[in-house]
Design a protein around this ligand. Structure first.
Ligand code: ZN
Length: 447
């Protein structure tokens, strides 16, 4: 099956590549990118008129906690900084059941797809006693949504009574965690190009797991060739916690446990010194920038330019929906532009810089060479936007307009060459029903 997306209004291609003639998709991948006026090399089965559409590589979200869609704008956690915010939410999250995790996963995937996201990472680290196989629940849910996913098997093992932050009923012992990590990697991880589902291993943060678990998780990940993920450098409180508990700052701790490597990507990465940025860059550690979450919790501003200059892949993430509180990735691109300009100045950060984070930067964080750009051979993951809403009226540069005028909903989305969103609606999911089920689950969690 060959489909020609003809003559787009604008298309985000690699620098120097003219894509104004459109994109030919063959099955699950991009076969041709055509300059203005060019015709496909071979006949096509379908022509899709893209003259009113701005085409982006499908956006890639590199950090989320899907279950947190159930605790958005949570009264107990409003207006708090990270540690106090977490301590208000842990007891609520301890009540998650399998149905709640299932519907939260589907709802988050729906939100992401509708915002132009085609690959989504989730970091799930709450395994209540009632749901020890929470990752299997997520796998089943995500497969119904048609989005490409990297599910990370998170963990917490350092309870309050051992000097950690989370309460006892939200943590698991290390043996259980490692056995489950090994099980889900073996059962679900697809290593090949075009993988629709990958697994990564993701101890939650330095203040919620033991040093031993960090080391053992890395050993396991390298044994099976999967990536490692965690939170790091989010707040100054974390610096103090690491100094008091481990006697070193977070990056030194990372090195000590064998994590200063290029198979690691970290969420936030705000509070690094120049020397630490240099070390992270030389090691090729990826950083997921989460601008909205960092603003909501007042955590600080990630030094994206310095990190990129040092050699770190820098991607973009909406973070969990208890600290954003939505899962809209194209909106997050705008947030990255705005906060980047606040730090570096208006001339230093363009709309293309912000889009780069959510495309090639995010793909590099995940170690994926098959997604993130519009080039022949890459997966046919595309997000198509119209500029027909009042907010875009009169706009000059279509790609800049998407970011500056605040696009928030894709018109059409393709994942691996299959339409998952058409005319602003999910193709395979009844959103009204899903939303009703999700709202009921949230209410159950609080009752
Ligand atoms: Zn997070």
């Amino acid at each position: 099956m060959r489909t020609w997306l003809r003559n787009p209004l604008a298309v985000l291609t690699p620098e120097g590549v003219d894509g104004r003639g459109g994109i030919v998709i063959e099955d699950d991948h991009i076969a041709e990118v055509l300059p203005a006026g060019a015709q496909p090399n071979r006949p096509v089965d379908e022509r899709f008129d893209a003259t009113d559409l701005v085409v982006l590589p499908g956006l890639i979200n590199t950090h989320h906690h899907f279950y947190q869609t159930l605790t958005r704008a949570c009264p107990a956690a409003l207006n708090k900084e990270l540690f106090a915010w977490l301590q208000s939410l842990y007891p609520i999250w301890a009540g998650l059941d399998a149905d709640m995790i299932h519907v939260a996963t589907r709802l988050a995937a729906a939100e992401l797809l509708l915002s132009g996201c085609t690959t989504a990472v989730d970091h799930h680290y709450i395994f209540p006693v009632a749901v020890p196989e929470a990752l299997d629940v997520q796998v089943e849910a995500i497969r119904t949504m048609g989005i490409r996913a990297v599910l990370t098997r998170g963990s917490m093992s350092l309870g309050e009574d051992q000097g950690g932050l989370p309460p006892r009923n939200t943590i698991q012992d290390e043996e259980t965690i490692l056995a489950d990590c090994e099980r889900v990697v073996g059962r679900y991880h697809q290593p090949d190009n075009g993988a629709m589902l990958q697994i990564a291993l993701a101890p939650c943060s330095p203040f919620s797991v033991t040093e031993e678990l960090m080391r053992e998780t890395a050993r396991l990940a390298r044994k099976y060739g999967v990536r490692l993920h965690s939170h790091l450098g989010e707040t100054r409180d974390e610096d103090e916690f690491c100094l008091a508990t481990f006697g070193v700052r977070p990056v030194d701790y990372l090195e000590r446990v064998g994590w200063l490597k290029s198979d690691v990507w970290l969420a936030h990465g705000i509070h690094f010194t120049d020397a630490e940025i240099d070390r992270l860059g030389r090691a090729g550690v990826g950083i997921c920038h989460c601008p909205s979450s960092n603003m909501v919790l007042g955590s600080g501003i990630c030094r994206t330019r310095e990190l990129e200059a040092a050699g770190c892949p820098v991607g973009l993430g909406v973070d969990g929906s208890a600290s954003n509180d939505c899962s809209n990735l194209i909106q997050e691109v705008r947030q990255a532009l705005l906060i980047g300009r606040l730090r570096y100045g208006a001339a230093a950060v363009s709309h293309l810089d912000a889009l780069r984070l959510a495309t090639t930067g995010s793909a590099a964080c995940l170690g994926r060479a098959d997604i993130g750009t519009i080039e022949p051979g890459k997966q046919a993951d595309l997000a198509l936007f119209t500029l027909d809403a009042p907010r875009f009226s009169g706009a000059g540069n279509p790609l800049a307009a998407l970011v500056l005028c605040g696009a928030h909903r894709a018109a059409h989305v393709l994942v691996a060459g299959t339409w998952q969103v058409r005319d602003g609606s999910l193709v395979n999911t009844d959103l009204t029903t899903l939303q009703a089920e999700h709202a009921a689950a949230a209410q159950r969690l609080f009752s």
